[in-house]
Ligand binder design. Structure first.
Ligand code: XMP
Length: 510
């Protein structure tokens, strides 16, 4: 059993980011809800515990709390934001409510003799985001950081190995935050940092084996990185009891159906079924313009196809999806609970006719999924494929979806991708695609007036797809792409380039 850092979740938006920061130090970490029992904590036997932040105030009636015995286990604890307030309140300190929320980057004075801040400078920029604050330290604690507005910005009790920070070391807006996490995990908890992503793969395969046993599963395969990694993990766990179902909903990119089919029938030894569901999806989507409605229809239709295909295979209990962490939070779900038949991932229907949905990558970020993919032997071209959303081109056609618009978008997008490849820019861009807007504008071609569609090009650079910067593709290349699309794709007479980052925009247009 490898060393574990247990992350106790008080509902903060950055909880998986903390887990990720710990994994970056090559230490395995798991996020559990704050209702975790003391027996379960003992069973997990963590080397250290981190309390996350959270939106609640400790004095609220149903403020999230964790069993108080957690402080008697002799395990080092790091409290972050609400986690610090919980620690202080429980151990006899005093938490107060400020008149105004403090948000933003603040300069903190650190006591660098503390093990938590070892090898940092005395002045460090930290991200503060809180209203409550620790006003009086619990007994045995001392202050190890302060800012102009927050006199106890961090505290420690060295004898007990309890540490807490009011700011957020897990976000990039805190300078050297990763060093603070490292100090806790390696120096204070004594972890060796020998864990690797292949341990994640091995552990996940074991867990799946245990759960599914001799049962059968279908995997929703899109040919993208996430679902491909999920499929291969599953196939390593349950072999031919897994069937991969690839739904051609008519919203895939040019040539994609043939490419995915070739990969999964020629390169992998898995049960693979392609379902031609083009007509069914396009009929249900006809006339729909609302982006959320499009997503819901596609999500639901997907599930119905899987259920039908599942029934043909026999008794299938499990549906496997390549959901990753950003999908979960972007769907408005902060919690990482196991989803049963009544589930709530954005875009999926309320009722699903499977015993359980398995999402082996639910806690990982995109780049971590790629790492797992490499560890389990996926070819590099597949691991490096740019992401493609489940709802496909439907969310890249603004307004209603028609066969004609799909054909226009597929051709324009293909030219964009072709030119990016030709100019060796694939590795520089995290995601790039064309969008068919619902705007038409006047142009002139030859001597003729045209009134045709406006295509937008979108290209971004990002690590985790939670935030992204628009890519600075050279004008010369944009010019070639623009000329080619307008010349080669009928009914397009104008191209624009999207120069917004995320936030405030999102990567996809819908
Ligand atoms: P946004 O547009 O939210 O996209 O900035 C972030 C990343 O998620 C992808 N995306 C999706 N992927 N199902 C998916 O599998 C979806 O419904 C979905 N919506 C967005 C998007 O392509 C980008 O990589």
């Amino acid at each position: 059993m490898s060393e574990l850092i247990l992350i106790i979740d008080f509902g903060g938006q950055y909880n998986q980011l903390i887990a990720r920061r710990v994994r970056e130090k090559n230490v395995y970490s798991e996020v559990h809800p704050c209702t975790i029992s003391i027996e379960k904590i003992r069973e997990l036997n963590p080397k250290g515990i981190i309390f996350t932040g959270g939106p609640a105030s400790i004095y609220e009636e149903d403020a999230p709390k964790c069993v108080e015995d957690v402080f008697s286990l002799g395990i080092p604890i790091l409290g972050i934001c609400y986690g610090m307030q919980f620690m202080s309140h429980t151990l006899g300190g005093c938490v107060k409510r400020a008149l105004k929320r403090e948000y933003g980057q603040m300069e903190a004075n650190l006591d660098t003799s503390s093990k938590l801040f070892a090898s940092l400078d005395e002045k460090n920029i930290c991200l503060m985001s809180h209203t409550d604050y620790v006003d009086v330290l619990p007994e045995g604690f001392k202050t190890i950081a302060s800012t102009d507005t927050c006199k106890i910005a961090a505290m420690e009790n060295v004898d007990k190995n309890f540490y807490a920070v009011q700011f957020h070391p897990e976000v990039n807006h805190t300078n050297n935050g990763d060093k603070i996490i490292e100090n806790f995990v390696i120096n204070i908890c004594g972890c060796k940092g020998e864990w690797k992503m292949d341990t994640f793969a091995t552990r996940t395969i074991e867990k799946i084996k245990e759960k599914v046993g001799e049962g059968k599963a279908v995997c929703a395969l899109s040919g993208g990185v996430d679902s491909s990694v999920a499929a291969v993990l599953m196939s390593k766990a349950i072999g031919k009891n897994l069937t991969c179902i690839f739904v051609d909903h008519g919203l895939l990119r040019k040539n994609e159906v043939e490419e995915v089919e070739a990969i999964f029938t020629k390169q992998f030894d898995v049960n693979f079924i392609k379902v031609d569901a083009r007509e069914r999806f396009l009929t249900r989507l006809a006339g729909i313009t609302n982006p959320e409605q499009k997503r819901k229809i596609i999500g639901e239709e997907f599930i119905r196809v899987f259920e039908e295909e599942g029934k043909k295979i026999g008794k299938v209990d499990y549906l496997v999806q390549g959901t990753i962490y950003p999908d979960v939070i972007e769907s408005g779900l902060g919690k990482s609970s196991v989803i049963k038949s009544h589930h709530n991932v954005g875009g999926l229907p309320d009722y699903v006719d499977f015993k359980e949905i398995i999402e082996p990558l639910r806690d990982l970020f995109k780049d971590e999924v790629r790492q797992v993919g490499r560890e389990i032997g996926l070819p590099e071209f597949l691991v490096n494929r740019q992401p493609f959303p489940g709802p496909g081109l439907a969310i890249r056609i603004i307004g209603d979806i028609t066969e004609e618009k799909l054909a226009i978008l597929k051709d324009a997008d293909y030219i964009f991708r072709e030119e990016i490849a030709k100019h060796n820019m694939e590795k520089e861009l995290s995601q790039y695609f064309a969008v068919l807007t619902d705007t038409k504008s006047v142009g002139v071609m030859g001597d003729e007036r045209t009134y045709d569609y406006l295509i937008a090009l979108r290209a971004v650079v990002t690590d985790d797809f939670m935030t992204a910067k628009f890519a600075k593709i050279p004008y010369e290349i944009l010019e070639i792409i623009s000329q080619r699309i307008v010349n080669e794709v009928a009914h397009v007479n104008r191209i624009v380039y999207d120069i917004t980052s995320k936030p405030p925009a999102t990567i996809e247009w819908e």
